[in-house]
Design a protein around this ligand. Structure first.
Ligand code: ATP
Length: 267
């Protein structure tokens, strides 16, 4: 009824192994989020302050949401997902209230990871006065909540953006989103891993996965996943066209030719 977000808080089932490439980003998230949530006593003992928040930045479809879900899962934390534009798109006063409720909910469900997707929408420069006053109030509420996260109470925040330059500077100050982690476009090795994550091992064994990775320069993880999906659908189409509708999975075999056609369609 609060209308914060449709996502229930629960521990996701995404793992780091479901994510191809991004070794550096995974390691940074472990240090910044998993270790403080699972071994707070070690931080206590060494006097090291874990970050309050981590900002993930990179092009759309490169795995930012997956990373956030996976680190919540390895930390045995609940995951609360919030969409920046959706928070801003509310009646006067409702946006700040939503921000407050999100953090109340996170504290009540600690340990918890709050994920703000498209966080640049909160605090982006506005043209008209009314909107910019709203922005100011929402940013200020968010800052209050972030500052209130110290000392640690089992709540961590991850923000994601494709446009880090648009983010309000105040959000990046120490004690707020003070770890900034790049989520880059996948290189050829990362794309090979992403293909393997999305392919059944039997199917991968019959294909030249390396060649697929080499031919998909400029594809994001999301594009690679779309290619695999399309190739699978083409294989199903072929099986249906042959008028021997499969009674089990046996008659459907994804082939290299399916990938050729999938690559033509998804570029
Ligand atoms: P956006 O900025 O558009 O929200 P994002 O960076 O959060 O995108 P995700 O939502 O994590 O991207 O990825 C979208 C889909 O693309 C995933 O559900 C997954 O199927 C696939 N994908 C993206 N990156 C990877 C990756 N590194 N490994 C495996 N799958 C990936």
């Amino acid at each position: 009824p609060s209308g914060i977000d449709s996502t229930d808080e629960s521990t996701p089932d995404t793992t780091f192994d479901d994510i191809g490439g991004l070794a550096e980003a995974k390691q940074q998230l472990r240090r910044a989020i998993e270790w403080p949530l699972t071994s707070p006593e070690l931080f206590e003992a060494t006097g090291i302050d874990p970050p309050s928040g981590v900002l993930l930045y990179g092009p759309p479809g490169t795995g930012k949401t997956m990373l956030a879900r996976a680190v919540a899962a390895t930390s045995d934390a609940n995951f609360i997902s919030v969409n920046g534009p959706e928070i801003m798109n509310r009646y006067v006063g409702e946006s700040e209230r939503a921000v407050r409720q999100i953090f109340d909910r996170a504290r009540a469900n600690a340990p918890a990871v709050v994920f703000f997707d498209e966080i640049d929408a909160i605090g982006a420069a506005r043209t008209d006065d009314e909107a910019s006053r709203t922005t100011e109030r929402v940013v200020s509420q968010l800052l209050t909540e972030l500052d209130g996260l110290r000392p640690r109470n089992g709540v961590t925040v991850i923000g994601a953006t494709n446009r880090p330059a648009r983010l309000d500077d105040a959000l990046l100050r120490p004690g707020r989103f003070d770890r900034v982690v790049e989520v880059p476009m996948p290189d050829v090795d990362a794309r090979e891993q992403i293909f393997r994550v999305h392919l059944d091992p039997d199917v991968a064994g019959r294909l030249d996965v390396r060649a697929l990775a080499e031919r998909t320069d400029g594809y994001t993880g999301s594009d690679v996943s779309a290619v695999v999906q399309e190739a699978g659908l083409l294989a199903i189409e072929r099986a249906l066209d042959a008028r021997r509708p499969p009674t089990d999975g046996q008659a459907v075999r994804i082939s290299s030719a399916d990938f050729e056609r999938a690559l033509e369609r998804i570029s």
